[in-house]
Design a protein around this ligand. Structure first.
Ligand code: AMP
Ligand code: ZN
Length: 493
């Protein structure tokens, strides 16, 4: 019997605003679509958090025995500056500034994205479609929307008629916004736009002569709107009805709201059964974001080459840190939080490392089956990873007690404990066992600091041959010393 038969999951559905019992459309199968990155720059830790939440969810579904088709797209065209309908394409802009091809930008940052995800031990999705690979599907969708009377053509561009749509549908159903309020809150664009109403959004934009990324269409040489690509790709690979559509909270409006409107207008239904939204990673109390400059890239956090944290952190410590919060809560990235996560991660790994050497007895002083059920209960309750981790620490405490001789465990219970703690820690939370030395770098830091001090002494004694030798040989070993007025720090590669 597959595990999913005995594990009923509850998922918070943004559409209903409630935790609902999860029932897949087809028994034993799950279709999940998650909005992927716009590949115009390096991903930051905030992006990583959202994709990590869905990686954990994907892993849990797989653990329960579901056959999951997980589609996560790459946005390589159509996403304009400010997420709106005017301005330059984010990718084209970067290409122009660097005087290279837009597809070189796409390639560079897609590779970066994949490298980052590998570093954090992500499972690859089942399909990773690109927007530019699905222009025909997007044109077909626009034709259907126009034929059904919900879009209009002006000067080679096509716009979705939000007001017309709202007469027979509810625009704002997902984000709980009302069209009247939106009308009230949007400024008219003083003739800048061809739109009938400022709330309308572009399905197709005619390309200006300078716009390089363009495709022929019945309306003009141009490019599709950002919201349209996800509608086209999700339904192409997951069907007219599918289980889960996810993304960060910031995508609820307008991106996902527009996706619902486009599907309703083209096909008369929202294909998505459960809408899931992950909460934001913050730093210094504000949302991590490229546009405001309040962000940190994974490479900076790993190497310690940044002015925000006291040192570099192992990717598994960062993963553990993120998993300690519910995907629905805001999480603030701080040095203290990471230091605490490092301790917690090491404690868990040490406990798991002890299991192999524990002696079994004829009785258990701990109810391992009940503990195992608590692990499942935590995950079944809308993927409650903080409760899961607390439950794993209960077992870690017990493991230490068995080691000290203050608790006992039977052979069967020990085996069950081992299998369960490993499944939840490695398969589901996606952590990898790295040694304390690797995760903490404490010993390395102490050793390098000794050398930094010796070098300082050598320089004070004007023994520059020795000071240079220390610096150069450390560099050969992959450790760079960086001198500044405040002193010398080091980074590793
Ligand atoms: P983008 O490349 O900007 O379209 O973003 C890719 C994904 O990262 C989207 O699902 C966003 O919701 C998500 N995202 C962006 N900023 C953050 C953040 N600070 N915390 C969590 N997720 C974020
Ligand atoms: Zn999307």
């Amino acid at each position: 019997m597959p595990l999913y038969d005995t594990n009923q999951i509850k998922i918070y559905n943004t559409l209903s605003g409630e935790k609902e019992v999860f029932k897949p459309i087809t028994a034993g199968h799950i279709g999940m679509y998650v909005c992927g990155p716009t590949v115009y720059s390096n991903v930051h830790l905030g992006n990583v958090r959202t994709f990590m939440s869905f990686d954990m969810i994907f892993r849990y579904f797989k653990h329960l025995g579901y056959k999951v088709r997980y589609v996560r797209n790459i946005t390589d065209a159509g996403h304009l500056e400010n997420d709106g309908d005017v301005g330059e394409d984010k990718i084209t802009k970067k290409a122009r500034l660097e005087a290279i091809e837009p597809m070189e930008i796409v390639q560079r940052y897609t590779v970066d994205f994949h490298n980052v995800l590998n570093t954090f031990n992500f499972l690859p999705p089942s399909i990773e479609p690109t927007a530019t690979g699905h222009i025909i599907e997007q044109i077909e969708l626009i034709e259907a929307i126009i034929n059904n009377g919900f879009a209009y053509v002006v000067n080679g561009s096509v716009y979705f008629d939000v007001h017309k749509y709202n007469e027979s549908n509810e625009y704002g159903i997902l984000s709980k916004r009302k069209l009247e309020d939106l009308i009230h809150n949007t400024r008219a664009l003083d003739g800048q736009s061809d739109k009938k109403n400022p709330q309308d959004f572009a399905l197709w934009k005619k390309a200006e002569p300078s716009h390089i990324m363009r495709w022929p269409s019945p309306w003009s040489d141009g490019f599709p709107g950002w919201h349209l690509e996800c509608t086209a790709m999700s339904t192409k690979y997951l069907g007219e009805q599918f289980d889960i559509h996810g993304g960060g909270m910031d995508l609820k409006f307008p991106h996902h709201e527009c996706e619902i409107a486009q599907n309703q207008a083209a096909k008369g239904q929202d294909p998505v059964k459960y809408w899931m939204h992950t909460n934001m990673l913050e730093m210094n109390g504000a949302r991590m974001s490229k546009s405001t400059g309040n962000y940190i890239n994974p490479a900076e956090l790993l190497s310690g080459k940044n002015d925000k944290m006291s040192k570099g952190y192992n990717p598994m410590v960062i993963r553990f840190f993120m998993m300690q919060a519910s995907y629905k809560s805001v999480l603030d990235l701080t040095d203290d939080g990471l230091l605490a996560a490092e301790k917690g991660f090491n404690r868990l790994m040490e406990a798991i490392g002890l299991i192999g050497n524990l002696k079994s007895s004829s009785t258990s002083t701990y109810n391992v089956s009940e503990w195992k059920q608590r692990c499942y209960d935590a995950m079944n309750d809308d993927f409650n990873t903080p409760i899961l981790i607390a439950t794993l620490f209960d077992a870690a405490k017990f493991i230490n007690q068995v080691k000290d001789g203050s608790a006992t465990v039977t052979k069967d219970d020990l085996e069950l404990l081992k299998q369960t703690i490993e499944a939840f820690t490695f398969d589901i939370l996606g952590l990898v066992n790295v040694s304390k030395e690797d995760s903490g770098r404490d010993k390395l830091t102490s050793a390098v600091e000794i050398l930094i001090n010796l070098r300082k002494e050598a320089r004070l004694n004007k023994d520059f041959a020795l000071s240079d030798k220390i610096r150069d040989q450390l560099a050969e070993a992959g450790i760079q010393l960086n001198d500044s007025r405040e002193g010398t720090t080091f980074t590793t590669n």
